[in-house]
Design a protein around this ligand. Structure first.
Ligand code: NDP
Length: 323
């Protein structure tokens, strides 16, 4: 079968298309015939060796994928060959066949295409945990969504609106802001608007924003502190700028701010939080109230271009690769 292989860390073009053996599922694993792979910013960082965890080499990227169960390893129950599933398997998706722990499978609502299914788990579970589990967002409250046209951004806008919240969306171009408005954002602002801090505070009723989903980091993190309302909650989800940020804890005192980190990988191990998120998300997706925003779609051989386009901020929605 064909798979993308990374043997050394670096920019996206270190990935190479290779012929490799079809993998055999071990105990507790299933094999999927991969139909669509959702590309996350984390995949790009992992290939560069800049992710939260060390990248073990050699490896095939692709932490989130959807397809059909093709073979079962020893001891797997509750999953059938032929079943449509998505996986948060962690690696290996950029291939014609991929292994996944059975425990990392997520059933796919029948109304989703393979690309939509591959666009669903990471972005929507992260958005839910940011807005609700850790963010404690309530209907009628304002939330600031950064990188609003991206995969997580579009999921966050849709979900916040479905939960009755008011959304301020920030992104780098007018086209991206139009997408945010199409998805229901109430107020949109260019990320480089010179008056952005005051405009965000004004939009949320002059006292600042109660909830911020912080994904850009670096200099922007300081701005999030300035935009937040008294008792505001800033959920640190990403660092797309790849810049360092500094925080003087006393600054949190002035307006009683809370800064909370969110990493989906470690939250997935919290069964209660995962069950609650799944219970909230499944009916919203099945009824079409939220629909995963599929972005540009690439062939397996064009994986490096897909990763580079994401780094160059050219993409909106979830970048998809179809093996
Ligand atoms: P996106 O599809 O949102 O792509 C990244 C976006 O980040 C870009 O489109 C761009 O939007 C924005 N951005 C801002 N500054 C830069 C920069 N200097 N270089 C590149 N992009 C920049 O990706 P994802 O939805 O996969 O991820 C969004 C963020 O959320 C990332 O930081 C990611 O690591 C994080 N994340 C974290 C998770 C967790 O568990 N903690 C889970 C999922 C995502 P614009 O041009 O509008 O600024």
């Amino acid at each position: 079968m064909k798979a993308m292989l990374v043997e050394r860390l670096g920019p996206p073009d270190v990935m190479e298309l290779r012929g490799v053996p079809v993998p055999q599922p071990g105990p507790g694993e299933v094999r999927l015939k991969v139909e669509a792979v959702g590309i996350n910013f984390a995949d790009v960082l992992a290939v560069a060796g800049e992710y939260l965890t060390r990248t073990r080499l050699p490896y095939t990227p692709g932490m989130e994928f959807a397809g059909t169960v093709d073979a079962l390893g020893e001891g797997v129950t509750g999953v059938q060959v032929g079943q449509r599933v998505a996986s948060l398997g962690g690696r290996g998706g950029l291939a014609q066949y991929a292994l996944s722990p059975a425990a990392a499978l997520i059933p796919v609502p029948g109304n989703l295409t393979a690309a939509q299914a591959a666009a669903f788990p990471v972005s929507y579970f992260t958005a839910y945990h940011g807005l609700r589990t850790l963010g404690h967002g309530k209907a009628g409250e304002w939330v600031l969504v950064q990188a609003a046209a991206g995969a997580l951004g579009t999921a966050s806008i849709q979900l916040a609106k479905a939960l009755g919240m008011n959304v301020i969306a920030m992104a780098s171009t007018e086209e991206k802001l139009q997408l945010a408005r199409d998805l229901g954002a109430d107020v949109t602002l260019l990320q480089d608007d010179p008056e952005r801090v005051q405009k965000v505070r004004d939009a949320a009723g002059s006292k600042g924003v109660p909830l911020i989903l912080e994904v850009v980091g670096g200099r922007r993190f300081q701005e999030s502190l300035d935009m937040a309302a008294n008792r505001g909650r800033i959920i640190v989800i990403g660092n797309a700028s790849r810049e360092q940020a500094s925080l003087r804890p006393v600054e949190l005192m002035k307006r009683n701010l809370t800064v909370t980190g969110l990493w989906l990988t470690s939250l997935m191990g919290d069964q209660e939080a995962t069950r609650e998120a799944a219970q909230a998300l499944t009916p919203l997706v099945a009824s079409g109230q939220v629909t995963p925003q599929v972005g540009p779609t690439y062939a397996l051989a064009d994986s490096a271009r897909a990763f580079q386009d994401m780094l160059d901020r050219k993409t909106t929605g979830k970048v998809i690769i179809e093996p």
